[in-house]
Design a binder for this molecule. Structure first.
Ligand code: NAD
Length: 520
């Protein structure tokens, strides 16, 4: 039910005058080109997951803020739509260049509020900016088609038009990249855009709003509405002026957002959680590079990527050698947010959830703990858990089947290719899967049978790059709604195709050209 999908409500507070004057940043809404406090004047803390310290206060918007935000986006739409696509893309080019100039500053904010290491944070910025770059090329890609369809001068053509006010609701795990999956494409296609950032990581996009303004995005074209209130987010989705919604986050909420939009006949793409399987054919894969890739895949960003490896299925005589190498490499990772280190998980709730899975698997299901990340020191504050590797006896353990969203790898040794495929196919998520082998025919056997929509061979994070779109398999817990996100899917999502059929009367008498006309 929806109640189960709600984010917990941290203690809300009204800011005193001293607090408002204090150094701590206040993350307000961004409406009509200015930062405005929420009608409630209520705020919740933003916490650095590495230290547990409060680093900002973020607004808790209510229904009145939804009205103000949508009204501003609606008012800005006609003038934004009236610009040529080239003019809108030119503004995006300015933004692209500003993001490059401010990459270090944005990455530092990401490290602070999300806990990624600095290299991962810079990658978050660079990857997000790749979608900006794609959006800059839309004038070349978004042209319509023209086709004479019958004799008698009947011609069909299509014109892309923007939808109007569109909304994106985003998760905590990529503070810049995931908002950029939609924002630049929606804008260049002529829509006005309302972002509901994650209340856990609102600082990065708050700064980005200033960069968008500096790039020349007019007031009202981009709005940031901060809140952690499910009912308020729902009223944003339901607002009659909102034409389309994208959601990225956990599966139960993705499902409820898609259902809501379906009932209201709104266009929607809702991406949910994941449980990505890797299959290593250990007799034909390169052991050392496979081990390195698997460690990066499951432990990178502390496992908090929807593309992270979660289950490793081992087949073949060299399974133990591969496993030993994975454990050795993972055990060498140090806690921290510097290059090559591993950061914390986002909050206490996430930490407890991960520990519960490890405990259940090992104490109740007979799984063997090959590497225990719970030994990492919590004393300095924050939510630290190291890379964890669990060897399961049964593929039915909860940790083998449910999304853990932490730096954990569940390993299971399979007797055959078919057994590995049965386990992967039975998993209710359908985001990503990968096979490790140097044999092309063997790889194809798996790539044809995986039940996921972003597949890799010897690459454990198989993220498609523009112009390819991103998204899980429709009909699984990873994907609800209409289209994939980013790339050409994004161009389709954020535009209508208006089909125009014309029949111009044939010219009977060609007018004679006068000397006067020729002079011009
Ligand atoms: P979450 O579902 O808790 O929150 C996502 C967003 O939804 C937040 O902005 C939150 O405020 C908002 N929200 C909360 N309740 C809502 C409601 N009832 N209606 C509408 N919106 C509501 O997710 P999270 O913890 O921030 O992110 C982690 C999850 O996101 C994981 O499950 C991960 O797999 C998933 N994820 C998926 C993808 C993908 O592409 N499939 C990408 C990134 C993250």
């Amino acid at each position: 039910t929806k109640d189960n999908t709600m984010t917990p409500n941290p203690k809300k507070m009204k800011l005193t005058e001293e607090e408002q004057d204090a150094e701590i940043p206040i993350i307000d809404n961004y409406i009509n080109g200015v930062f405005v406090q929420p009608h409630s004047n209520e705020y919740i803390p933003v916490v650095n997951p590495a230290t547990g310290a409060t680093i900002a206060q973020v607004a808790v918007s209510n229904q009145q803020d939804v009205e103000t935000a949508v009204a501003a986006a609606q008012a800005a739409f006609p003038a934004w739509k009236a610009l040529t696509i080239k003019a809108r893309a030119a503004i995006m080019m300015q933004f692209h260049s500003l993001v490059r100039q401010h990459a270090q500053e944005l990455a530092a904010l990401i490290v602070q509020e999300n806990g990624k290491n600095i290299t991962e944070a810079l990658a978050d910025v660079a990857k997000g900016n790749e979608t900006v770059e794609y959006a800059c090329s839309l004038p070349q890609l978004a042209a319509g088609r023209v086709l004479p369809v019958s004799s008698g001068n009947v011609v069909c053509h299509d014109r892309r038009t923007p939808l109007g006010v569109v909304v994106s609701i985003v998760p905590f795990n990529f503070p810049f990249m995931v908002p950029c999956w939609t924002l630049p494409i929606a804008l260049v296609m002529g829509n006005t855009f309302i972002l509901k950032p994650s209340e856990k990581v609102p600082m990065t996009m708050h700064r980005v709003a200033q960069l968008l303004q500096q790039a020349g995005v007019p007031p009202g074209v981009v709005t940031l509405l901060q809140t952690n209130q499910p009912a308020v987010i729902q009223s944003l989705i339901q607002h009659p002026a909102v034409q389309a919604v994208t959601f990225v986050g956990s599966s139960p909420i993705a499902a409820s957002v898609a259902t809501e939009c379906r009932a209201l006949h709104k266009r929607c793409t809702a991406l949910g959680g994941a449980k990505n399987h890797l299959v290593a054919l250990t007799d034909t894969c390169h052991i050392e590079s496979t081990a390195s890739d698997i460690v990066v895949s499951f432990a990178g960003c502390a496992g908090q990527r929807c593309m992270a490896a979660s289950v490793l299925l081992l087949i073949g005589d060299k399974s133990q050698a591969l496993l030993d190498s994975i454990v050795k490499k993972a055990a060498a990772i140090q806690p921290g947010t510097g290059p090559g280190q591993m950061g914390p998980v986002i909050d206490e709730r996430s930490y407890q959830k991960i520990c519960k899975y490890i405990q259940e698997a090992t104490e109740q299901c007979g799984a063997t703990l090959l590497l225990d990340g719970r030994t990492w020191n919590q004393e300095g504050g924050g939510h630290w858990i190291g890379p964890t590797i669990v060897l399961h006896q049964s593929s039915e353990d909860a940790m083998m089947k449910e999304e853990v969203f932490g730096p954990c790898l569940s390993v299971y040794k399979c007797a055959s290719w078919e057994e590995a495929m049965r386990i992967e196919n039975a998993n209710p998520f359908g985001n990503a899967a990968c096979v490790y082998t140097t044999n092309g025919g063997h790889a194809e056997w798996f790539l044809e049978r995986f039940r996921a929509s972003m597949l890799g061979c010897n690459i454990g994070i198989p993220v498609p790059r523009e112009p390819f779109s991103f998204g899980g398999l429709y009909g699984t817990l990873s994907k609800y709604g209409d289209m994939d996100i980013t790339g050409d899917g994004g161009m389709e999502f954020f535009s209508n195709r208006i089909k125009v059929t014309t029949r111009w009367p044939a010219v009977e008498d060609v007018p004679t050209t006068t000397t006067h006309d020729m002079a011009h």
